[in-house]
Design a protein around this ligand. Structure first.
Ligand code: ASP
Length: 448
């Protein structure tokens, strides 16, 4: 394992000169921070809209329809942003604005155009930051995805990283300078620019960490780390110091919005810890995501997933009818509806899904279920929230579930559904959405 650290700095960390100076200090602070991935420069000051969204609006003026901003206005805003960065960081790059202007006038069309424009925020920000680090005397090389061969599929707006990328990125191990890489985009086998899904700079960082076998992947943004529960609802939720990949995956899939889900996959595979840190508070340790931890605490976090619903079926002897559940799930599959849980008993079954997926589908879905499975009762229950408590220590003490139930009972909060994961490291309680915030506070108080 190389001793090098990969750092990814998110949009708010690189959105103006003051933030970029903080980033430079962080890099200077530890000479192992050698691979630096940057996002586009956050948001514009006037409208608070992401530069990436302005770039998409230049491509397709319907993108920011709600804001009523034309492509031309977005173009002005983007150019102003980069001009301001050059001026405030006192960087002499005579051709940068000209190059950017030329790129913004691209003749590409369709998805290729959107992807190319969307990627410009990262590309030009990386160029500026590389110039700035060099100006400070930190020897830095700008590494562009198209030059190093960060090869991706030709799904232009949500490209997947191809295996050959790892071989190409691994060559960066031989670089002696700091490598500054724009996140979020790659190049297809035909040499065209394609972007990863939104928030994809996290993934660029994770893939570089994997390819060079880094000792650590630091993900810097404007949050202190992963919280035990949503801090906007639970005032006294603390930052979790360490949690496992498994735990963060479970929490992210149930509503924790930490960072790009796919960015974890290869780091987990190669056992590379991820450290979530705050650029505005570099002295704090943030959250460490590891393969393993000693479970000092049983539960590390409680996630809340809103806008859920379930479809409930009753029919005599469901559990004796071979293939009933499979046939039911196949119907959801046909409608491309993801099913979360499906608790079942002798004569009934419920399938939990996202409410959004039922829009426009519910009548047909119900008809298909009635026709194909002939249930005695079919009901849809809306407005549910699922609270998911996660922690590897739960495996050794499942009686915690009783504490959760009693705590909710004391506040007269009715439980609509319950489910314990087979791995015994999480359990899920569905409550009516109107009680969800209160329930989250109660469970946090009681369990963590
Ligand atoms: N700038 C891109 C986005 O807004 C990618 C990123 O920031 O990771 O989604």
């Amino acid at each position: 394992m190389s001793k090098q650290i990969v750092c990814k700095f998110g949009g708010s960390s690189v959105e103006n000169a003051a933030q970029i100076k903080k980033v430079a200090n962080i890099i200077q602070d530890n000479n192992k921070r050698k691979y630096i991935v940057v996002s586009a420069p956050g948001r514009d000051e006037k409208h608070g809209i992401k530069i990436t969204d302005h770039l998409l609006n230049i491509s397709n003026s319907r993108h920011l329809a709600d804001e009523d901003l034309t492509s031309e206005q977005s173009k002005e805003i983007v150019l102003d942003k980069f001009e301001g960065l050059l001026k405030d960081l006192v960087i002499e790059d005579k051709t940068l604005l000209e190059d950017l202007k030329k790129d913004l006038d691209t003749k590409l069309t369709g998805e290729k155009r959107e992807a190319f424009l969307a990627s410009r925020g990262e590309k030009y920000n990386a160029r500026i930051i590389a110039d700035y680090l060099n100006k400070l005397g930190l020897k830095t090389k700008l590494i562009l995805p198209e030059e190093v061969g960060f090869t991706v599929s030709s799904d232009f707006l949500s490209a997947k990283v191809l295996a050959e990328s790892y071989k190409n990125l691994a060559k960066l191990k031989n670089e002696s300078d700091i490598c500054l890489v724009p996140g979020f985009y790659g190049v297809t086998k035909k040499g065209e620019i394609a972007v990863l899904s939104r928030g994809g700079s996290d993934l660029t960082g994770g893939e570089i960490a994997y390819a060079i076998n880094a000792s650590l992947y630091e993900n810097w943004s404007d949050i202190d780390g992963v919280y035990e529960a949503d801090p906007r609802i639970v005032d006294n939720a603390d930052v979790v110091q360490r949690l496992t990949f498994k735990e963060i995956r479970l929490l992210s899939s149930k509503g924790f919005n930490v960072f790009h889900f796919d960015a974890m996959i290869n780091c987990k595979k190669a056992n590379i810890p991820i450290n979530i840190r705050n650029t505005n508070k570099p002295s704090a340790n943030g959250t460490m995501i590891l393969t393993d931890r000693v479970p000092m605490e049983n539960i590390v976090g409680i996630a809340k997933l809103d806008d859920m619903a379930y479809i409930y079926l009753e029919k005599d002897g469901i559990s004796d009818e071979v293939g009933f559940t499979e046939n039911l799930l196949n119907i959801f599959n046909r409608y491309k509806i993801n099913t979360y849980y499906y608790p079942t008993d002798k004569d009934d079954i419920a399938v939990l899904i996202s409410q959004e997926d039922l829009e426009g589908n519910i009548n047909n879905l119900k008809q298909d279920i009635e026709k194909e499975l002939n249930p005695d009762v079919i009901d849809v229950v809306y407005n549910l929230s699922i609270l998911s408590a996660v922690g590897i220590g739960l495996k050794d003490d499942t009686t915690i579930i009783a504490d959760a139930i009693i705590a909710l009972k004391e506040q007269n909060i009715e439980i609509e559904m319950m489910d314990q994961s087979p791995a015994k490291i999480s359990f899920h309680i569905a409550v009516n959405s109107q009680h969800a915030d209160t329930a989250l506070k109660i469970l946090h108080e009681k369990l963590i």
